[in-house]
Ligand binder design. Structure first.
Ligand code: SF4
Ligand SMILES: [Zn+2]
Length: 322
């Protein structure tokens, strides 16, 4: 009982790393909140349930925020990312009072210029976004994130069971446009059933779709690639353990980045690659031969800040292939 109370006052995960804001290298702090489980809870690769707790009250959210902010290094952090175990705008997962509290707190961080939250489109309304923005300072930009994963309907809704239509995604983008928010879309690298070449093509094609949707609405976007990892207790874990699923390599990730920057509709300084597994995977992550993993991972993380492709192009190893 004591342990449970203690955990409910701790963020599920804290990470800090490079990102780029409008051409400038900076840092993003991610505080993942322990919240009630995702009400949808059907995606085949999702391990966020491991971060959830059914007993969370407003006071726990406040305590998690205070713990996270006091333990994190805020030096140079201009972007604050506040993910949950599900949807930020589902009132049953994050109450309106807690949302208000978090934005008010964020408005008091003088160096933070961007604030980001993630939600399924089902819970997103213009009113909720405006309420959130009201709490922020005028110079703080708001970013709304959604897990699109793949622009391919079959991959997104049959293989990954996202339950998200293209229309739903475009409605999300409409709300970003109407509320002057930046759109961030997560793109999976490594959906099951795809060959290596298809994995790369699917991620690049998804990026293309996101840029086109954003540009058509005159909004800025971030394409946030998530190289797959295998979280505990998921359908993906079963497939992985039975030898039916193989993770992509870090070289595949580098190739996806390279091809994305070559897209005609590419928006400069708009790529981010999620290189942490939130302690959910038992090290079953996208990786290379073992010899070059540290170097290539570090280079990708650095790229998040610099957006300089030439650093990635210099990388080499016997395992890279031609
Ligand atoms: S990926 Fe998102 S929507 Fe899907 S089950 Fe996980 S938290 Fe819910
Ligand atoms: Zn290697």
């Amino acid at each position: 009982m004591i342990k449970q109370t203690y955990l409910d006052d701790q963020p599920a995960f804290i990470a800090s790393g490079p990102t780029n804001i409008d051409g400038q290298e900076t840092r993003m702090l991610t505080l993942i909140f322990r919240t009630p489980p995702c009400a949808y809870n059907q995606c085949t690769m999702c391990g966020f349930d491991n971060n959830a707790s059914g007993k969370i009250k407003d006071q726990n959210i406040a305590n998690q925020y205070k713990t996270g902010i006091s333990t994190a290094n805020l030096t140079g952090v201009r972007k604050l990312d506040l993910p949950t175990a599900g949807s930020f705008y589902n009132d049953d997962e994050m109450s309106p009072a807690s949302r208000k509290y978090l934005f008010r707190e964020a408005s008091m961080l003088p160096e933070v210029e961007h604030v980001m939250v993630e939600t399924r489109v089902d819970y997103l309304t213009i009113e909720k976004v405006l309420e959130s923005q009201e709490q922020l300072r005028e110079d703080q930009e708001f970013e709304l994130a959604i897990g699109l994963e793949s622009a391919n309907d079959q991959i997104r809704n049959q293989v990954l069971r996202k339950g998200l239509s293209r229309r739903g995604f475009e409605h999300f983008a409409d709300i970003c446009q109407e509320t002057n928010s930046r759109l961030r879309a997560y793109v999976l690298i490594g959906a099951p059933t795809l060959t290596k070449e298809q994995v790369i093509a699917d991620a690049v094609e998804t990026a293309r779709y996101i840029y086109e949707v954003a540009t058509a609405r005159g909004i800025d976007t971030f394409v946030a690639f998530k190289p797959m990892f295998v979280p505990k207790g998921t359908e993906l874990e079963i497939q992985f353990n039975e030898g039916e699923y193989e993770l992509p390599t870090l070289w595949d990730v580098v190739e996806v980045i390279k091809r994305t920057t070559e897209l005609k509709c590419f928006q400069p300084n708009s790529i981010w690659v999620g290189m942490y597994d939130e302690n959910l995977s038992n090290d079953r992550v996208t990786q290379n031969c073992g010899e070059c993993d540290t170097e290539v991972s570090k280079a990708i993380i650095k790229f998040n800040g610099t957006q300089d492709l030439s650093e990635l192009e210099k990388l080499t190893c016997e395992c890279k292939g031609s």
